[in-house]
Write a protein that binds this ligand. Structure first.
Ligand code: 5AD
Ligand code: SF4
Length: 483
C-alpha cells in the first residue's frame, strides 16, 4: 500500500482525464432517446472484498436511478461492468481472463467497463490492453458512470480515476440483493501504509461518513426487514467523523430498533481503544466475533510490514478483547513468504495462531504489488515460491486442526442461528451463529431471514450440521452426524 509511484493518486483538485463529478440527473442523453424502447440493462460482476460488493450495490443503484435494469448474466446486457480487486496478482489475472471472455457476451453496441481497484491502479493501461473496454472507473467515480456510458455510446472511451475525499455516495440508494444482511460502508480509503498493500494507492486516504448518515441508512435497511448489519471499512475501527469515533458508531447503530446482529470488518489492532472494546462489549447486538488481521506472528516481519504493532502487542489486543467479550471467536488474515521471512519468523506465526486461538484464517502467499515498498526490498530476501507454498500448507494445516478441535468441543450445544439462504446443494438451509459459525439444517426456504435455536449435531471440522430445537422443528429427519 505504499508510496504511490507511478500510480500516485492525483490531488482531488487536479483535473483527471475525464473527471467532473456528475450529480445524478433523472435522465441523461442516451436514455432520453429511448422513451419508446426497452430500458437498457446492466450486468455487474464483482471480484474481491465486501467493500467491492457494497460498491457494486451503489453502482447498480446509480444506474437504476438513470433508468437501467439490472440483469444477472452478461449475455446481451447493454452495459457490462467488471468491478475489480488489485490486492494480489492472482486476482488481477482472473479479471484479465474474464474481461477477454466478456467479448463473447457482447452485442455490437454493448459497453464494457472496468471499475474498482484494478481500474484505479492501471487506468489508461487497461484501455490500451483491452480494445473492447470503453470505460475505466476508480472507486470514487461511480456517480459519473451514466455520463461515461453515454459518452461511450458516442464512441468516446473514458477514464475516471480522480480521488474525491468527500465522496460517500450519500444520495445514492444502493440496490441490495441480500435480504438477510446489509453491508454498510462507513469509511473509505486507508491511512496505514503496510508495505505489501496496494489499497492506499487504489482507494486513497481514509475518510469517514457522518454518523447520522450511517444511522439513516441503517434505519432504512432495518425497515425492509434486514436485522444483521455489517459495518465496512479498510480499518473500520479507526472510524472518526470529526465528532464521533467507532465506539460512538457502534453504540448508535446498536441502539437502532431492529438491529439484532451488528458486525464490522476489518478492524486494525491499533485502533482497538478501550472505548471501542467497551462499546463492543456493552452493545447487545455486537456479535461475539471479530475478524482481526494479524498478517504475521513475528515482530521482525511485522516491523518490515509496517503493521505498527509487535507480536506481544497483537496478543495483548487479543487478550483485551477476550477479557471484555465472553466466548469471543477470532478469525484472521495471515501472509506467508513476506520478503525476509525466515523459518524462525514463520514458526512464530504458527505459535501466534495458537496463542491467539484463532478459529479460522484467510491465508495468503505474499504477492508483490507494483509500487509498494515491499517490492523494493533486496532481491535476495524474496522467498522462493516452493518455500512459501510449503509454509502456506503448514499454516492451513495448523488453522484447520485448531478450528476442528474448537468445533468438536461445541458439539451438542444449543445456539441461535440466523438462516441466511439455501445451502449450495439446495436441500438444506445455511445459517450462521452470532460467532460466525456456519450451520446446515434441514428446513424450508420460508425460514430464510429468521432466527432459531439449533443443536449442533455434527461438524466437518469447519462447518456444522444441526437440528432445530425450537418451535420451527421441521418434519424431515435430522441429518446424520458428520465425521
Ligand atoms: N500479498 C498477499 N496478501 C495480501 N494482502 C494484502 N496485500 C497482500 C499482498 N500483497 C492480504 C492481507 C489483507 C488481506 C485482505 O489480503 O492479509 O489483510
Ligand atoms: Fe492495506 Fe489494511 Fe494495511 Fe490499509 S491497514 S495498508 S488496507 S493491509
Amino acid at each position: 500500500m505504499k508510496t504511490h509511484g507511478a500510480c500516485r493518486p492525483p490531488s482531488r483538485f487536479a483535473p483527471s482525464l475525464t473527471s467532473r463529478v456528475l450529480k445524478p440527473s433523472p435522465t441523461v442523453g442516451y436514455l432520453s432517446e429511448m422513451s419508446s424502447t426497452p430500458r437498457p440493462t446492466v450486468y455487474i460482476e464483482t471480484y474481491g472484498c465486501q467493500m467491492n460488493v457494497a460498491d457494486s450495490e451503489l453502482m447498480y443503484g446509480t444506474l437504476a436511478a438513470h433508468g437501467y435494469d439490472a440483469v444477472d448474466a452478461p449475455d446481451g446486457a447493454d452495459v457490462i461492468l467488471v468491478n475489480t480487486c488489485a490486492i494480489r496478482d492472482h486476482a488481477e489475472q482472473r479479471v484479465i481472463g474474464r474481461l477477454g471472455e466478456m467479448r463473447r457476451f457482447m452485442k455490437p453496441d454493448s459497453i464494457v467497463g472496468v471499475t474498482g481497484c484494478m481500474a484505479q491502479r492501471l487506468g489508461p493501461k487497461l484501455l490500451e490492453k483491452a480494445r473492447h473496454v470503453s470505460l475505466v472507473v476508480g472507486p470514487d467515480g461511480y456517480r459519473a458512470l451514466p455520463q461515461l456510458i453515454d459518452n461511450a455510446r458516442n464512441g468516446e472511451r473514458g477514464i475516471f480515476t480522480t480521488f474525491d475525499l468527500e465522496e460517500h455516495y450519500e444520495d445514492v440508494v444502493p440496490r441490495r440483493t441480500d435480504p438477510v444482511k446489509a453491508w454498510i460502508p462507513v469509511q473509505r480509503g486507508c491511512d496505514y501504509r503496510c508495505t505489501y498493500c496496494i489499497v492506499p494507492q487504489t482507494r486513497g486516504s481514509e475518510r469517514s461518513r457522518q454518523l447520522h448518515e450511517v444511522v439513516r441508512e441503517v434505519r432504512q435497511v432495518v425497515e425492509t426487514g434486514t436485522s444483521e448489519i455489517v459495518l465496512l471499512g479498510q480499518t473500520v475501527n479507526s472510524y472518526n467523523d470529526g465528532a464521533n469515533d467507532f465506539a460512538d458508531l457502534l453504540r448508535a447503530v446498536g441502539a437502532i430498533d431492529g438491529v439484532k446482529r451488528l458486525r464490522y470488518t476489518s478492524p486494525h489492532p491499533n485502533d482497538f481503544s478501550d472505548r471501542v472494546i467497551a462499546a463492543h462489549a456493552e452493545v447487545d447486538a455486537a456479535c461475539e466475533h471479530v475478524h482481526l488481521p494479524m498478517q504475521s506472528g513475528s515482530t521482525r516481519v511485522l516491523k518490515r510490514m509496517l503493521r505498527r504493532y509487535s507480536r506481544e502487542e497483537f496478543l495483548q489486543c487479543v487478550d483485551r478483547l477476550r477479557a471484555a467479550v465472553p466466548n469471543l471467536v477470532l478469525t484472521t488474515d495471515v501472509i506467508v513468504g513476506f520478503p525476509g521471512e525466515s523459518d524462525e519468523d514463520f514458526a512464530e506465526t504458527l505459535t501466534a495462531v495458537t496463542a491467539a486461538g484463532f478459529s479460522d484464517a484467510f491465508t495468503f502467499k505474499f504477492s508483490p504489488r507494483p509500487g509498494t515498498p515491499a517490492t523494493r526490498m533486496p532481491a535476495e530476501e524474496m522467498i522462493a515460491d516452493d518455500v512459501a507454498s510449503e509454509r502456506l500448507a503448514r499454516l492451513i494445516q495448523t488453522v484447520r486442526a485448531q478450528s476442528r478441535e474448537q468445533n468438536l468441543s461445541l458439539l451438542g450445544s444449543r445456539v441461535e442461528i440466523l438462516v441466511e439462504r439455501l445451502a449450495r446443494d439446495g436441500a438444506l438451509l445455511m445459517g450462521r451463529t452470532r460467532n460466525w459459525k456456519t450451520v446446515l439444517v434441514p428446513g424450508e426456504a420460508s425460514l430464510i431471514n429468521s432466527y432459531h435455536t439449533v443443536e449442533l449435531t455434527g461438524t466437518t471440522g469447519s462447518t456444522f450440521t444441526g437440528t432445530f430445537v425450537d418451535q420451527h422443528k421441521p418434519m424431515r429427519q435430522p441429518l446424520p452426524m458428520a465425521s
